[in-house]
Design a protein around this ligand. Structure first.
Ligand code: NIG
Ligand code: FE
Length: 410
């Protein structure tokens, strides 16, 4: 079955298949074709080019006059499997409490863990599937999902099984990350090594045995998991073939980036607080920095210094961090707009960060993230827009006309 999209005003993010990510000044370039066609065969992109060279036949033809097509957003950092919400903490913060103060009195991650432990797996699945459908409608076409609101063997496995079921039931690529080291449960407050041992000796073997995750994560932060704690978890995860992708430098800079780079982490995520040594550590590595601007927006913390990272020749990926505490939104259109508005990324840099570089940050560059022959036909058709810069410019307006996953209109 072939479908031909014709008269595309601009076909965005055309890449050769050997491009896995873009870095530094290359991020300023966003290759496009104006007045283009796109041909898909079943679930794959099979051809594209200028309308002058449009193929003569196809099983189905769709006219995209005035509309643009771009690859789906690749959201490489989310926590969409969670129970209930935390709108009371939102109000508490408005009334003056900080994220840290709320966590210290038993709110925050522990609040979400309690709710999740009490919720049956089927209900957790339903709530999570609803969020997944929401972000698909907003243009996300590949996603990473973390555990980390279980904090016990059973509840962490429950989360990961929900992710596995989402993988089976939805058409977009989903990558699972084991984040048992998200916070210390109250009963381990004075026995932190005891919880780390539980993660290493009981959780990780089970996660590996049931093949429930490809990545391992930890919240490497003052008051959470130290650099040494995180390193223990990374080393243990690697024994089971799990690749590290780590939360680091959200509130403080404690040397986590250097350690993550040493262990070849696929990504380091957050990076709101960066000193010159942190930046230097990333240079020459394969570890991609991931910025989460919706989190900075929602809890009023600094934005990741994307300009400095890019000026140093580094790549940047953008992700949503969709979670109940710091980012109750998975809207990648808002992420791209906020990156432009608050982080001074150009529309080209932001779109590169949220597509090809997002794909790299979850080891999916061969499958998604660009308009490339052979890649999955996961893309967004915009409404009629004057230019692609209009996407971040008109933040808050829904400019999506249709989304396709594996060649099927959703
Ligand atoms: O990425 N920083 C750690 N984890 C989440 C927030 C967790 C929560 O507050 O529920 C984040 O921001
Ligand atoms: Fe996160």
């Amino acid at each position: 079955m072939t479908t031909l999209f014709i008269n595309i005003k601009e076909l965005i993010q055309i890449r050769d298949k050997n491009i896995k990510k873009v870095s530094g000044k290359d991020m300023k370039e966003l290759p496009t074709i104006k007045d283009a066609f796109l041909l898909i065969e079943n679930d794959r992109i099979s051809d594209y080019g200028q309308m002058a060279d449009v193929p003569k036949t196809a099983d189905k033809v769709i006219d995209c006059q005035g509309q643009m097509i771009l690859p789906s957003w690749c959201d490489s950092h989310t926590h969409i499997v969670y129970a209930g919400n935390r709108e009371q903490e939102f109000v508490d913060r408005i009334n003056g409490l900080s994220y840290e103060e709320i966590a210290n009195r038993g709110g925050g991650i522990l609040n979400s863990a309690k709710r999740l432990q009490e919720l049956p797996e089927e209900d957790l699945y339903k709530q999570s599937a609803k969020r997944l459908e929401e972000v698909i409608s907003q243009g996300t076409g590949a996603i990473e999902i973390k555990s980390g609101y279980g904090l016990s063997l059973d509840a962490e496995l429950k989360m990961l099984r929900v992710i596995k079921k989402l993988k089976a039931n939805y058409k977009l690529p989903i990558k699972a990350t084991f984040l048992g080291a998200h916070a210390f449960p109250a009963e381990y407050k004075d026995n932190k090594q005891g919880y780390i041992d539980l993660i290493i000796n009981e959780m990780l073997p089970k996660v590996a045995e049931e093949q429930l995750a490809e990545f391992v994560d930890a919240f490497c932060e003052t008051g959470y998991f130290s650099v040494e704690d995180t390193e223990q978890i990374i080393i243990a995860g690697k024994k089971y073939g799990l690749i590290p992708k780590i939360h680091v430098n959200q509130f403080t800079s404690i040397g986590g980036i250097q350690m993550c780079v040493k262990h070849n982490s696929l990504s380091v995520d957050h990076l709101e607080i960066m000193n010159p040594e942190d930046l230097k550590a990333l240079k020459g590595s394969d570890t991609i920095p991931v910025a989460l601007p919706s989190c900075s927006y929602f809890i009023s913390i600094p934005y990741t210094p994307a300009r400095e990272l890019i000026n140093e020749g580094l790549p940047v990926a953008l992700a949503s961090d969709y979670n109940p505490g710091t980012t109750p939104s998975g809207n990648m259109n808002f992420v791209v707009a906020t990156a432009c508005i608050k982080m001074k990324m150009t529309p080209e840099e932001a779109i590169n960060s949220a597509t090809i570089n997002g794909a790299y940050a979850m080891n999916l560059s061969d499958e998604v993230g660009s308009i490339t022959k052979g890649k999955k036909a996961n893309f967004i058709i915009t409404k009629e827009i004057p230019s692609y810069g209009f996407i971040p410019y008109s933040f808050g307006t829904n400019l999506i006309d249709a989304v396709y996953l594996s060649g099927e209109k959703q």
